[in-house]
Design a protein around this ligand. Structure first.
Ligand code: ADP
Ligand code: ZN
Ligand code: ZN
Length: 817
C-alpha cells in the first residue's frame, strides 16, 4: 500500500458535530450497523449484521465486534443499532471483541469529524481511540488467582476457627498451614484486599493440591481478580504519596484565572440545558507565573463536580516534574499515559480510565482520545508546541480534536502557554476564546535580562570562537560564583556540514536532500532524516583534495569547546544522542538539579517546563538555526523557543541573565524575545500573516506526492494542481477565496530515497474545501500517469513497474518542509 486516504464518503461532510444529550436507549434492536476495521475506500461504509440471541442486550453503539466479512473474519465498530436491515440477506455477528467498551456515541461523532476534516478513513480515527495493542488483541487484562477464606470461616469466632484448624491439622497438616497463612494475613489487615494471591501461597510453601482440597471442602474460595500492571516506578507514579501536596493560596491573578475557568463550568452544569456552550480559555502566563497551580485547582473543582479531566503535555517523558506534581496532589486518581509504557500497562491505564477508577488523565497527544467518563475539563499545556500535530495518518492536531471533543462532551477546554500559538492568541483576540493573563512570576522575580550579541561584530573584532566575549566572561563569572549555566543550541552533532575547501563539495546523504552532520565522538557522518551513516572520507570524493573541513555548530562541538575553554567545569550534554537509554533523561536532569554539574548543554529537549533554581545564566549559542527555515512559522518558532529557553534562568534567589548570540540581531523575533514582549511580537507577526494570507487567515491543505522517480512525483503533482484548479473554477463563483500553490519540490526535496513534490491549497474553511481535495486526489490516483518513456505506468498503489507514487494529505500542517 503506497498511497492513502482517498475516501468514498460515508456521511455527507458535516460541520463540527453539535453537542447532544439524547439518552442512549433502544428498543431491542435486532441489527447492528457496523464499520469494518479495514482502511480501504471500497469498504468505507456501514454494513448491517444481525445480532444473534446470545449477544442480545450486550451490544451498544461503540461496541467492537467480530464479524464475518467475505470469506474473512474481521473486527468492526458498531455505529448504530437498527430495527430493519438494508436488505433481507444479512449475516450474524460472531462475537463481541472486548469485555470493556471503549467507545461511545460522542467518540463516534468525533471520529466522523476527523474523517471529514483530516480526510482519513473513519476506522483510522477509531483506531486512535483504542489503546495500542487492544485493537489487535495482543494484550488482555491480567488476572491473578486469589485465595480467600470462605465467608463462614472468615466470620467465625477465634475459638471455632481454632477447633476446626486442630481437627484439620490431624488429617491434613498442609491444608491447615494454608488456612493459618490466610488467617494471619486477614488479622494483619492484609494489604492484598480480601485474600492472598495463589502464587504467593505457593511461594510460601503451600501446594496446589491442598488449596484445591480446601476449595472442595468449601473452606476457601479461589477467584480471578484483575490486577493492574503498575505503569511507573513508585517514585514517578506518586503511588502512596496521594494527597501529600497541598494547594497554594492563589495569587489574585491566579484566582481570577481559576474563576474564568469555573465560569465556563457553569455552562456544563445541568447538562440538559443548552443555552450556552463553554468557550475555550486561553491561559497566557509567563514561565513561572503559576499556570500549573491554576490547572491543579481547576481540576480539583471538576472532580468535586464529579467530572473527569484530561491534561495534555507536549511529551510526557520530558516533563517529569509536571507529572510528579499531579500525582502528589491527586495520587491514584491520576492515570499516566507515558510514551514508554508497555502495551499491557497502557491497556490497564485505559481500563482504569474507562471504568472511572482514575478521573485525571495526563498524557501526550494521543491521550486526547482517552475514554474518560463524564469528561468536564481538557487542559493543553504548552499549547504552542508542534508535537500536538501528528506526523503520520491520521494527521490530526490534538488541539483541534480537543476543541471538537469539548463541544461534543461538552467540556471546558483550557489552553495554557507562555507564548501562545498565533492561531490561539488570534482566537482570543477575536473573542472566540476567553482570555486569562498571568503577567508576572509568582515569586515576584523579574524575567531575566536578555542581551543580544551580534556575532558579525565578534568576527570583525577577530573572535573566531563559538563564544562571544560577553558570553565567555559570563560563563567564567558563574563558574567562580558556583552558579549553574545552561547553553542552548538547537542542533545536535559536532558540525552540521562537511565541506571540501578546495572544490566546495558538501557531503550529502545519498538518500536525502540534506547535508550530513559530523559526529566527532565516533567519527561518523549521520543523516538526521534517514539515519544513514558513513565514515568521514580521507580525501574529497569529488576532487581528491585532503582539505576536508567541518562547518556549522552542534551540541557536541559546544560541549568540546566548553571543556577546553573551562577545564574545571563539570559539563553535561543532553540531546537525542546522549539520552537514548531508558531513564537516562531523568537521571541527567536529577543530577543537574542536585548540582552535580555546572553547565548543561542541550537542544530544545532542555527548553521545556524545567525548573532549575540554581541556573542564573542561559546562553543561546546561535539563535539563527530556526530563523532561516523556509517556513511561514519560522519567526513564531524562533520567538517561542527563545522565550522558553530564557524562562529557565533566574528561577531561584539570584537574578538571571540570558545571552542570545545571533547573526540577525535586528530580526523582530529576536528583538521581541529580548524584551519579553509577546504582544509586540504578535502584532508584527499577524501583519505578515494577514498580508500573505497564511494561518490564521487561511487554512492550508498540503498534498505531498512522493515517488522514487522524480519525474513521476513532479508529473503527478502537476496533474493534482490542475485537477484542483479545474474544480475551484466552479467554486469561485460562490465568492470563496481559494489559492492553489505549486506544484513545487518540497524544501526537503528528497527523504529516504523518495522525491517529494508539494501542492498546497489555501482556503478559508478546511471542512468546506475537503470534498474538493478528496475528489481531485482520487481523480489523480485513478488516472494513468504517463511517465516519460514508460507510458501508462504509475497510478494508485503503484503496481506498475518503476513508477509508483503516494499522495499524502496534511490539513493544517505544522510546517511546510
Ligand atoms: P508555570 O506552570 O506557569 O511555569 P508553576 O505553576 O510551575 O508556573 O509555578 C511556578 C512556581 O511557583 C512553582 O514552584 C510553584 O510551586 C509556585 N507557585 C505557584 N502558585 C503559587 C502560589 N499561589 N503561591 C506560592 N507559590 C506558588
Ligand atoms: Zn573537493
Ligand atoms: Zn538521509
Amino acid at each position: 500500500m503506497g498511497h492513502e486516504e482517498v475516501l468514498g464518503v460515508l456521511h455527507e461532510p458535516r460541520r463540527e458535530p453539535e453537542s447532544h444529550h439524547e439518552p442512549e436507549t433502544h428498543n431491542e434492536p435486532r441489527y447492528a450497523s457496523v464499520m469494518v476495521d479495514i482502511a480501504v475506500d471500497r469498504v468505507n461504509r456501514p454494513f448491517h449484521y444481525a445480532i444473534p440471541d446470545r449477544l442480545a442486550g450486550r451490544i451498544d453503539i461503540g461496541t467492537r465486534v467480530i464479524a464475518p466479512f467475505g470469506n474473512r473474519t474481521v473486527y468492526g465498530y458498531v455505529i448504530d443499532l437498527v430495527e430493519e436491515p438494508f436488505s433481507g440477506d444479512v449475516k450474524e455477528l460472531i462475537d463481541i471483541a472486548d469485555d470493556l467498551c471503549f467507545l461511545d456515541r460522542r467518540m463516534l461523532d468525533l471520529a466522523r469529524w476527523m474523517q471529514d476534516y483530516y480526510l482519513c478513513h473513519v476506522v483510522e480515527a477509531l483506531r486512535c481511540m483504542l489503546p495500542g495493542g487492544v485493537r489487535t488483541h495482543r494484550v488482555r487484562p491480567k488476572f491473578q488467582q486469589m485465595v480467600e477464606l470462605a465467608p463462614a470461616l472468615a466470620s467465625a469466632s477465634q475459638a471455632e476457627v481454632a477447633a476446626s484448624l486442630e481437627s484439620l491439622g490431624k488429617t491434613a497438616p498442609s491444608q491447615a498451614r494454608v488456612l493459618k497463612l490466610l488467617l494471619a494475613e486477614k488479622r494483619a489487615g492484609g494489604t492484598m484486599g480480601s485474600g492472598v494471591p495463589k502464587a504467593e501461597l505457593l511461594r510460601r510453601g503451600a501446594s496446589a493440591a491442598s488449596i484445591k482440597a480446601l476449595e472442595r471442602k468449601g473452606l476457601v474460595i479461589v477467584g480471578n481478580v484483575e490486577i493492574r500492571r503498575a505503569p511507573m516506578d513508585g517514585r514517578e507514579s506518586g503511588i502512596g504519596t496521594s494527597g501529600t501536596s497541598r494547594s497554594f493560596k492563589l495569587t489574585r491573578e491566579q484566582a481570577s484565572a481559576v474563576q474564568i475557568i469555573l465560569d465556563q463550568f457553569s455552562a456544563l452544569r445541568g447538562s440538559g440545558r443548552r443555552d450556552r456552550e463553554p468557550r475555550p480559555v486561553l491561559l497566557h502566563g509567563v514561565t513561572g507565573s503559576g499556570k500549573t497551580e491554576v490547572y491543579l485547582q481547576a481540576i480539583a473543582h471538576a472532580r468535586e463536580l464529579g467530572r473527569s479531566a484530561i491534561v495534555l503535555v507536549p511529551e510526557i517523558s520530558l516533563t517529569p516534574q509536571m507529572v510528579e506534581r499531579f500525582c502528589s496532589r491527586f495520587g491514584d486518581d491520576v492515570a499516566v499515559l507515558h510514551s514508554r509504557l508497555s502495551m499491557g500497562e497502557r491497556f490497564d491505564e485505559w481500563r482504569r480510565i474507562r471504568r472511572g477508577e482514575a478521573g485525571i488523565v495526563i498524557g501526550a497527544r494521543s491521550a486526547i482520545f482517552a475514554p474518560a467518563r463524564d469528561l468536564g475539563l481538557i487542559i493543553i499545556d504548552e499549547e504552542h508546541e508542534a508535537s500536538y500535530k501528528q506526523d503520520e495518518a491520521p494527521r490530526y492536531d490534538a488541539r483541534e480534536v480537543a476543541r471538537v471533543r469539548a463541544k461534543v462532551e461538552p467540556a471546558v477546554l483550557v489552553l495554557g502557554s507562555a507564548t501562545p500559538s498565533i492561531e490561539a492568541y488570534h482566537r482570543a483576540m477575536t473573542g472566540e476564546y476567553t482570555y486569562a493573563r498571568l503577567p508576572d512570576r509568582v515569586s515576584g522575580r523579574p524575567l531575566p535580562a536578555v542581551h543580544v550579541i551580534d556575532l558579525r561584530e565578534e568576527l570583525k573584532a577577530g573572535n573566531r570562537t563559538i563564544f562571544s566575549r560577553r558570553l565567555r566572561e559570563a560563563i567564567a563569572d558563574r563558574l567562580t560564583r558556583r552558579e549553574q549555566i545552561i547553553l542552548f543550541l538547537n542542533r545536535r552533532g559536532h558540525s552540521t556540514f562537511v565541506l571540501c575547501r578546495e572544490c566546495g563539495h558538501v557531503l550529502r546523504c545519498p538518500h536525502c536532500d540534506v547535508s550530513l552532520t559530523y559526529h566527532a565522538e565516533d567519527a561518523r557522518m549521520l543523516c538526521h532524516y534517514c539515519d544513514w551513516e558513513e565514515r568521514v572520507p580521507e580525501v574529497c570524493p569529488r576532487c581528491g583534495s585532503i582539505y576536508i573541513k567541518y562547518f556549522g555548530i552542534g551540541t557536541e562541538r559546544v560541549e568540546r569547546e566548553v571543556k577546553s575553554s573551562f577545564p574545571g567545569a563539570r559539563v553535561l550534554r543532553m540531546d537525542v544522542d546522549t539520552t537514548r537509554r531508558k531513564g537516562s533523561h531523568r537521571r541527567m536532569l536529577d543530577g543537574f538539579r542536585k548540582g552535580e554539574y555546572d553547565i548543561l548543554v542541550g537542544t530544545q529537549m532542555i527548553a521545556k517546563g524545567l525548573d532549575f533554581p540554581g541556573v542564573t545564566l542561559v546562553g543561546v549559542v546561535t539563535a539563527d538555526t530556526s530563523l532561516n527555515l523556509p517556513d511561514f512559522r519560522s519567526g513564531e518558532r524562533t520567538f517561542q523557543l527563545l522565550e522558553q529557553v530564557a524562562g529557565r534562568a533566574g528561577r531561584g534567589a539570584s537574578p538571571g541573565e540570558v545571552i542570545i548570540q545571533t547573526y540577525s540581531p535586528d530580526h523582530y523575533s529576536i528583538r521581541f524575545a529580548a524584551s519579553h514582549d509577546y504582544e509586540g511580537f504578535y502584532r508584527e507577526e499577524i501583519k505578515t500573516r494577514e498580508e500573505l494570507v497564511y494561518p490564521p487567515f487561511a487554512h492550508i491543505i498540503a498534498m505531498i506526492v512522493s515517488s522514487s522517480d522524480v519525474s513521476v512525483a513532479a508529473g503527478v503533482a502537476q496533474e493534482l494542481a490542475s485537477a484542483l484548479r479545474a474544480r475551484l473554477k466552479a467554486g469561485e463563483s460562490s465568492g470563496r477565496v481559494f489559492d492553489v500553490l505549486g506544484p513545487a519540490p518540497c524544501p526537503l526535496a528528497r527523504i529516504g530515497g523518495s522525491y517529494r513534490w508539494q501542492v498546497a491549497l489555501k482556503c478559508p474553511d478546511a471542512l468546506a474545501a475537503n470534498p474538493i481535495v478528496r475528489d481531485a486526489v482520487s481523480s489523480v490516483m485513478k488516472a494513468k500517469v504517463p511517465a516519460p518513456g514508460r507510458a501508462g505506468s504509475g497510478g494508485g498503489s503503484g503496481v506498475s513497474p518503476g513508477a509508483s507514487f503516494a499522495v499524502s494529505i496534511n490539513v493544517d500542517p505544522a510546517s511546510m518542509l
